[in-house]
Ligand binder design. Structure first.
Ligand code: SF4
Length: 233
């Protein structure tokens, strides 16, 4: 059976879609330069489908505000790309733009201090803040089939499971305008995203080794993290 070609933007040498250096008067980029793995070539109908979504007034306005926010993250004049806002500042500005009043933080139990600091900052900036940590519910890990030998605290100790589904349900029930993920683990974050109903953004992801900066391993993948590139564990 012939293998289906996957979109591979990450390997694109031409980035035709960005149309760098062109003026509006020049129009869109020439499609004949697209590489074979380009999603614009492989799935053109998807872009037509997405364009229809942007015609929905609420979607269009949200997308517009997000792009205005992106623009405001840079110092004028346009074109020099000098950044000026941290992600937290961006989060505050974007929430104001959207008219959000109540924000909900879903955070890791290992980020109590950060969640407290974030709550303080958001409250000082006029928002009502809900926060719920991953261990809420105090459900022992045995409930999801974790063996005594798989508990970090030790076989005899109580260890509450991370409960991202309950976190999402609490965020849903408190009717926040925007949910903010702060440091949830891989997998737990996936479940949280699956069950969370309000609009959701991410302030930080968990990386225990790299001070919650997972890209550090990529930046060092030619040196200390080169083992990642060999595929060897
Ligand atoms: S959309 Fe097409 S042109 Fe743009 S980066 Fe992806 S593969 Fe390259």
């Amino acid at each position: 059976m012939k293998k289906t070609q996957n979109p591979q933007c990450a390997r694109c040498p031409v980035r035709v879609c960005e149309n760098h250096g062109a003026k509006m008067i020049d129009g869109p980029p020439a499609k004949n330069k697209l590489p074979g793995f380009c999603p614009m070539k492989l799935m053109p109908e998807v872009f037509a489908e997405a364009a229809l979504e942007y015609l929905k007034p609420e979607v269009r306005e949200f997308a517009r505000l997000a792009s205005v926010q992106e623009f405001q993250c840079f110092e004028p004049p346009a074109g020099q790309h000098r950044a000026r806002l941290s992600r937290i500042e961006e989060l505050i500005q974007f929430s104001r733009k959207c008219g959000y009043k109540k924000l909900g933080i879903a955070h890791c139990g290992g980020m109590m201090r950060e969640a407290g600091l974030l709550s303080d900052i958001l409250e000082k900036n006029g928002f009502e803040v809900v926060s719920v940590q991953c261990k809420a519910g105090a459900v022992p890990k045995e409930e999801i089939g974790i063996a005594a030998t798989e508990k970090m605290a030790g076989p005899e100790d109580w260890e509450s499971m991370c409960n991202p589904i309950a976190q999402a349900m609490i965020i849903n029930r408190t009717q926040v305008d925007l949910a903010i993920m702060l440091g949830l683990c891989v997998g737990h974050d996936t479940l949280f995203i699956k069950y969370c109903k309000p609009p959701l953004t991410v302030l930080a992801v968990k990386d225990r080794l790299l001070a919650h900066n997972p890209l550090g391993a990529l930046y060092l993948s030619n040196s200390y993290y080169r083992h990642l590139r060999t595929g060897n564990k």
